[in-house]
Design a protein around this ligand. Structure first.
Ligand SMILES: [Zn+2]
Length: 326
């Protein structure tokens, strides 16, 4: 056999070998990579398992049991994590946790959590020791933004800003599928921009924060301040729909503040889309009347930014936790 002809089968065998090694690696490295996430709430801890395409395979909720304090919460997280791992027979996976509050960049201790027994605790270091692995912990607004950016209302958009208007007011920035936390891990904390230096005192020490005017908790306080009566935001919304003058005046002021706060955000970040979440975001008039006020305030002749409702509902926290995992 001439030398040139003998080289062809050798080359083919070599090529097959490379293809086989590549596919084996691919199978081990990609198709078996599950994503595990835990959303740490004040009353419940929720866990989820996603496959590599984001499909939900398993979900479980357990009570947080705050009464048992910080050690009890750690124990519950471990219990739930073990359950998630056993649901995939211990296969290779990433793991992330979403929590209210944030880890201080300087000390590594959790701060601003409404599960107060966790504040000042080294949550990440303790869990890494207990679970014997690396984990990622992100603030719940960042998890919300991540979930909506990848699988919800912001899917396909490059720069997504996620806003939570719940008991407080949080925000998260996702750029090209990654959370932008920033130098001090406060990227997206738009709820604590002041829109009135003479305004009500916020727990953060600043007056007139966005949170005190447009979060559910803030709105209830403002209503009580104005009319001397405590009402839930849902009830005020009902009164507004029924044309009650007090509620109409109150909600119009809310829309003006919403417009000012959103315009400040758009003027700085100019995102491709803003996705709203949290209880207040379920009010339909925000997307018409509220958005008109944004248009009145932005530094542009027109408002092109879509401001839309969330798509994943309550699941966004736990899905986002799974997506930010390492
Ligand atoms: Zn504040």
């Amino acid at each position: 056999m001439p030398l040139a002809e003998a080289k062809i089968p050798v080359f083919c065998v070599f090529l097959c070998l490379i293809v086989t090694i590549y596919s084996l690696n691919k199978e081990e490295g990609e198709s078996k990579m599950f994503r595990l996430g835990i959303d740490l709430g004040g009353t419940k801890i929720e866990g989820i398992v996603l496959d590599e395409n984001g499909k939900e395979l398993f979900r479980k909720r357990i009570p947080t049991k705050q009464k048992k304090g910080y050690p009890g919460i750690l124990e519950n997280i471990k219990k739930l994590y073990d359950l998630l791992v056993s649901s995939i027979d211990g296969e290779k996976h990433t793991f992330g946790i979403g929590t209210p509050g944030a880890l201080s960049v300087r000390t590594g201790l959790l701060k601003n959590s409404n599960t107060v027994c966790m504040n000042g605790k080294p949550l990440k270091a303790d869990l890494e020791r207990i679970l014997g692995r690396k984990i990622t912990i992100q603030n719940d607004a960042n998890c919300f933004a991540m979930a909506e950016a990848l699988y919800g209302a912001g899917k396909g958009k490059k720069l997504v800003f996620g806003v939570i208007m719940g008991s407080g007011c949080g925000g998260g920035i996702v750029y090209k599928g990654e959370v932008m936390t920033g130098l001090q891990a406060i990227g997206g904390e738009w709820g604590h921009m002041s829109i009135d230096p003479q305004g009500p005192m916020c727990y953060c020490g600043t007056r007139g924060c966005v949170e005190t005017y447009i979060s559910g908790g803030g709105l209830e306080k403002r209503y009580e301040e104005k009319y001397g009566e405590r009402r839930s935001f849902k009830d005020v919304e009902k009164d507004y729909k029924n044309g009650d003058q007090k509620a109409v005046d109150f909600i119009q002021t809310f829309f003006k503040n919403f417009g000012r706060a959103m315009a400040n955000l758009i003027n700085v970040l100019d995102p491709d889309i803003i996705v709203l979440g949290g209880g207040v975001s379920n009010m339909d008039a925000i997307y018409t009347e509220g958005v008109k006020e944004v248009e009145n305030c932005i530094f542009s002749d027109s408002l092109e930014t879509p401001i839309v409702k969330h798509q994943l509902g309550d699941s966004s926290g736990v899905i986002g936790a799974a997506l930010i995992g390492c």
